[in-house]
Design a protein around this ligand. Sequence first.
Ligand code: PLP
Length: 396
Amino acid sequence: MMKPNMHYADLKDSYLFFHIARKIRAYQDAHPDARLFRMGIGDVSLPLPKAVIDALHEAVDDQADKARFHGYMPEPGAPFLRETIAAHYKKRGVDVSPEEVFVSSGASDELGDLLDLFDRQNRALVIEPAYPAYVDANVIAGRRIIHLPSGEENGFLPEPYLEATAELIYICSPNNPTGAVFTREKLRRWIDFANDNGSVILFDAAYEAYIEDEALPHSIFELEGAKTCAIEVCSLSKTAGFTGTRLGYTIIPKALVRSGLSLNDMWVRNRTTKTNGVSYILQKGGAAVFTDEGQRQIRENIAVYKNNARVLTEALDRCGITYCGGKNAPYIWLRCPDGMGSWAFFDYLLNEIQVVGTPGEGFGACGEGYFRFSTFGSPADTEEAARRLVRLLRKG
Ligand code: PLP
């Protein structure tokens, strides 16, 4: 008889957003006329920029024309997009060759698929609070997880230490959910640690486009030594509104070698075996993001989310609530007032002011007592949510 992968039974009972959806449904069933203000789930609300839409339309027309039609694309990505992304890194002073760039269907897909590169005996170190998929993907693969908690005392950016070592190290910067961003100095310590121990860092840069402080690194490869210990996973989801369109890219340096095997070569082999490449149309749309006009248009959209962040953080300031994030990241991470637990605060906001956020506990045990707001909502909803927060939580 077929034996299923029993590690699925080790997953915690369900995914965070499933619980939230269930609570919202119950509230709506009881209050059918209530309007909710969703500051929770991390999906964008603005459409794709015009430069991308134009490129997608053109690519659709190519597919209707015998002379311009494209069939299967090269599995690691179309050369035009790999070259465009390598040139984008170069503009930032990071030397990455097109062969080190892999086009993906998004960071989430890639973070799961990449685990094929690593032995099951490897341990995975997850700095928490963390994007829940890091833990779940490794539980499914049967790996041991080392949970490294972070907190206000280290600005949610913990340092490595030998007792909490692992062969795989997840670093998400800017971080979901805390909004914390690794400085060069702090990232350097992890790079040195990984090189010293032969570990590989999976650097999730899904939110790099939100960094505004010039001193903060957008890419781990801005730092020396990263090419021998890191893989960078990027996404156009939050950078350019591709959450429903799906496109991302991953950098695997040629210099990343373990036990005599090149992880770049292994990934080429993996992609040629397990995929037939990302759609030509989407890759054309993705390339438009990196044009001057595309960059200008994505900045306009990001500015809308940044303004939402400003509206929400001003409201929190008025309420005297402690928080971080919102400046170099689209998430605001706050300490629940009056020592409330994360889910208690979730229920309180939902029931009292119909504002929906995300309980911190869903991102790891050390997230208990914290709460995440996303800044991806509509400006009008965000402003109303901010007004309601002030009304409910302002002291005196
Ligand atoms: N990584 C982090 C930290 C995220 O928060 C998300 C999505 O919310 C992803 C990856 C997934 O991005 P994608 O839409 O490219 O799959």
